[in-house]
Write a protein that binds this ligand. Structure first.
Ligand SMILES: [Zn+2]
Length: 122
């Protein structure tokens, strides 16, 4: 059975005896490429899903440190499949904040508790 790493997208043709991804080393369960499926979704729908997935992954990062990496890897795979006109659309909050920092380099962003938000991720 072939498998594709959910973080780095590395594909192996056989998984027997495989404990970790030979490319990035994650022990997370890989995906079976034969389960790839085409969907028709609006980019706005994808943004909502990825923003919430990112938020949850960040909240659970201490217990599951690979989850933000998985969400950002999925965001990248989604980005790779976007139509050319939508390629620059931020798909995660980190990317959105990063673009704001590019547009306003001296600006700082704060959450509702007054903590500075620093863009990371993609
Ligand atoms: Zn990997």
């Amino acid at each position: 059975m072939a498998a594709r790493c959910c973080i780095c997208s590395h594909v192996v043709e056989a998984t027997e005896g495989l404990q970790r991804c030979p490319q990035c080393g994650t022990a997370m369960m890989p995906n079976d490429p034969k389960d790839d499926a085409p969907f028709t979704l609006n980019v706005g729908d994808l943004r909502i899903l990825l923003y919430w997935a990112e938020r949850w992954a960040r909240q659970c990062e201490k217990e599951s440190p690979d989850m933000p990496k998985v969400v950002y890897a999925i965001a990248q795979r989604v980005r790779d499949q976007l139509p050319e006109a939508a390629k620059g659309t931020p798909l995660t909050m980190a990317e959105d904040f990063g673009k704001l920092k590019e547009a306003y380099p001296g600006a700082k962003m704060f959450d509702a508790q007054g903590n500075e938000i620093k863009p990371d991720g993609l």
